[in-house]
Structure formats: C-alpha cells, structure tokens
Design a protein around this ligand. Sequence first.
Ligand code: TEU
Ligand code: CA
Length: 558
Amino acid sequence: MKKTWWKESVVYQIYPRSFCDSNHDGIGDLSGIVSKLDYLKLLGIDVIWLCPVYQSPNCDNGYDISDYRRIMKDFGTMEDFEHLLKEAHDRGIRVIMDLVVNHTSDEHPWFVESRKSEKNPYHDYYIWREGRDGKEPTNWESWFSGPAWTYCKERDMYYLHVFAEKQPDLNWDNPAVRREVFDMMNWWCDKGIDGFRMDVISMISKTPEFADGVVEEGHQYGDLSPYVIHGPRVHEYLQEMNREVLSKHDIMTVGETAGVTVEEAKKYAGFDTQELNMVFQFELMDLDFGEKGKWNDVPPALIKIKEVMSKWQTQLYGKAWNSLFWSNHDQPRIVSRFGNDREYRVESAKMLATCLHMMQGTPYIYQGEELGMTNAYFTDMSQYRDIETLNAYRDFAQTGVFTHEHMMSCLAYKSRDNARTPMQWSDAPYGGFSDVEPWIGVNPNYRSINARQQTGDPDSIFHYYRKLIRLRKTYEIIVYGAYRLLDADNPDVYAYWRILDEQQLLVVCNFTEKEITYELPELEMAEKGEVLISNYQECRPKKGMSLNPYEAFAVLIK
Ligand code: TEU
Ligand code: CA
C-alpha cells in the first residue's frame, strides 16, 4: 500500500464557535484557536479540520455561506486566518477547511441574483422548478424538517433546499457553477491550506427526473434521498474537481458522504479512482435510528457496531482508505452515547478511544472528546440553539407525534447541540472558554472535566489520547495493518486483530460495566506479547482473564 502523510495523520476537528473566545463576546474565534495551538501540539495531532469560518448569516452556524472568500465577522478577519495558518504550520500542524458547496446561503450574491428573474445571468445557478397545482413541485421533506421547496414570488417558482430554507442547493449541472467552485478552491489552496472536508458532497448531483418520495411513518413529507444522494453525475463532477483542483496541490480530502455504502465509497475514495482520499460513512452513526428516523433515545447493540465497523475495515482494505470517527459537530458525545458518562466516564472514554484508534484509517478527534466531555442534558427548549433541533421539536413534539417528555429525551441523547457546548478549558467561570456568557450554555460539569486538570494528570483521558496518537506514529501495523474481527457473536466484548507481515496486534474492549471472564483462545498467544496500552493499571492478558468494567488493551505479538 502506498504510504502518504494523510494516511499517517491524526485529525482534530474544531468547531470555532465553541472552541475559544479571545475578545469577550461569548463566541469562539480565530485568535482563540491560535492561543490553543500549543495545547494541540501537546496532544500530538497532525491536522486541524476547521468547521466553516466563511462569511455567513449563521442560520446553520456557518454551513450557510454568503461569501466563500471572506471570514465571518464573529471569527475575525482574513489577516487573523492567515496568522492562524502560519502559526499552525510553524508547529508542524496542517489545516484543512470545510467546503460547503452543495448549497450556499440565500444571502449569497449568486442567489440574490438568481431569484430575481429567469433572465438573470445567475438564473440557473440553483435548482428551480414550477409548482404543481399551486403546491410544491414534489412532496420532499428537508433534512431539517418541513418542505424542501420554498416558493419565490419574483420568479413564480420554487427553489430546492435539502437543508434549511436559507440554504438553497446549487445547480452543479451548470458548468459555470462548477467553474466558480473550482476557482474558489484553487484560491484557498494558493493561500496554503492543506485540504478540504467536503460537506454533503454526495448530494451535488441530483437525478434528472424528480418524483414524490416515500412518506414514512410520523412524517408529513416524502423522502428525497433517492433523488439527491449519489446522483448520476457525482463521480464525474468529483473527477473533474480532482483534475481542476485537487491534483494540483499536496492536500488531503475527506468527503462527507451521507448515505454512502461500501460500494460507493470505493468510487469516492478508491486508490485508483481519482476522486477523494477518504469519506465519512454514517452507517455507524445511524445505528441508533428508531422507527421514526433520527429521533430516538436508545443506544445500538454492540453486535451491530461490530458488524458495521468490521464491514468497512475489511471491505475497503487495499481498495480505498477509511476515516475513523466517534464524534463530530453533528453527533452527540460518544461517552454519553456508547459509553457510560457517570461512574465509568474515564474508563469508558479510554476504552472507546482504544477501540477506534487501533483501527485502520485516519482518526478524527472532535474537540473535547479527548477530555471525555459529555452530552449537555439540557432540560428546556430555550437552552437549544441548533436549527435542526428546533425544527424537529416543532415537527415532532408540537404536532403530537412525540410527547414533550419523549422528545426532550431524544434531544438529550441525540441533539447536535450536545457537541456544541463550549470547550471546557478550566474550572474558571464559563469553563475558561470566555469571560462573558457564551452563545450556548456551558456544561456545568466543567468544574471537574476540563483541560487544565487533565493536562496536569498523567492518568487522564487527555494523556491516554496522547499515547494512542504516539503509538500510531511508532507502529506501522496500526496505520497499515489488515483487520480481522474475533468473537463476532459476543454481545459484550469487541476484540479484533491487526496484522502486518509477521506482526499481530490484539485489541480487546469490554463495552459493558460488568466484570467479564473472558475465554478468547487468542489470549494465550497474547500472554507473550507486549501490552502497548491499557486503561487499567495492571493488565496481564491470558485466557480466562477477568475483564474489568470497560477495560481495554492492545497487545503486540511479534
Ligand atoms: O451535515 C449533513 C448531514 O448529513 C446532516 O444533516 C446530518 O445528517 C445531521 O446533521 C445529523 O444530525 C452537514 C454538516 O455537517 C452539518 O453541520 C450541516 O448542518 C449540514 O451539512 C448542512 O450544511
Ligand atoms: Ca469572540
């Protein structure tokens, strides 16, 4: 397998609004990030993925861009951005940008023009359709609830928005749109950035024929996914992007590909397809969907987690590259979701980290994950800020599909705001994130869960992540080894091999709060091995050993 820097890197995702506020307005900003680069250097990460920092009216916290070549005022200026880039590079840290080009803001000048008339030069930059008997062109539901079409009086037509009304979808079938996007990307690459994370890039090509979608239980509108995901020209467009932009720079790319299957991933991120370096898959994150889709409050069974992760580990091997993530700004906190954020918070956070970071692929750490930050557990709707959450409450609780109590429980488990509470730097007021009240509430547990405490404690989750990152840089088997699942039917323990040439790495993770007597035959081999990492002090692998609650370890056998 060809060796490249992005295969050997660990990425740290920053949600700028919630990372660090340097100018006392309660909103994180670029200078705040600069002030924390030494912390990231200490952690040992190689790449920062910066969520959108472009000019935006913020209907979806920057995922609604009104100018791709300007920095959002809340975050600073272009000089601040260039300063951040330089300071990061001086520390050997690369920076990749979020690229949001499935849609723009409705305040983007292209859309302001496009909506004026059918004769406007920008009329075809977006997806416009005639209404059907005074109603929407199709029954599609937006991913943020409500109809995916909005009527525009000036043109007497509807425009498509897969997401919020203020996020109209660009028309990628128009070559002028592609030209604009590629020019803009080259412009950022020329500034010296190191790559892109591409927002919902699996949706840029729509099917030519639009028809009504299936209306699922509890929903008022139909499912648009079959018409917008992996459309007929998506690979053609990405290959064009690769020719026009990506291949001209030494950068890394990761596509956020909602709805991606292993087969599709081999096209998006195949070693020989000339599209992207890797994709984010959501099969794992969607395991705890319920009968009515995303809004649910029950974690998935470990067997299912093992099945999905193993499928990606084995089926992409040698063909395409994996990304590895437990969390991001759209997902709840992993320790609250698949771990135990109460009596075993530290143990389970380390176990989850071990399980993921010993796998094959490029790992992503979402800010605060390295501290074991937990869900927010908001109890009142007034505490939530996220447009998806607010719309979902309107459409599920206010219409009576869910009771208020059940909806609040689903949000406490799943809302995106769980990941968006301010980063907990210290036990100072507002967790040291800001010295004024932040735009979204700080989790009160900042007094005990914070970076200052953990950087000073060698047994902390922070130092455990540090060690995992170091191991990846020391042992090639962690980056390039093959993967084999063990004990697939065990409902409590996740055990797997990594294999490279003569070496084997055995990883064992207890996903429960029970003490378990573990009989895995492979543990006999492990007796002679070297324990690389473990989340309990004493760890002597052997057959019939007892696994402590949430115990995890990795043993290298040469
Ligand atoms: O997310 C796209 C996406 O797949 C989400 O709708 C996801 O299903 C949802 O957030 C899960 O709750 C990307 C960005 O990551 C997200 O923050 C944006 O809101 C969205 O695109 C629109 O740009
Ligand atoms: Ca600020």
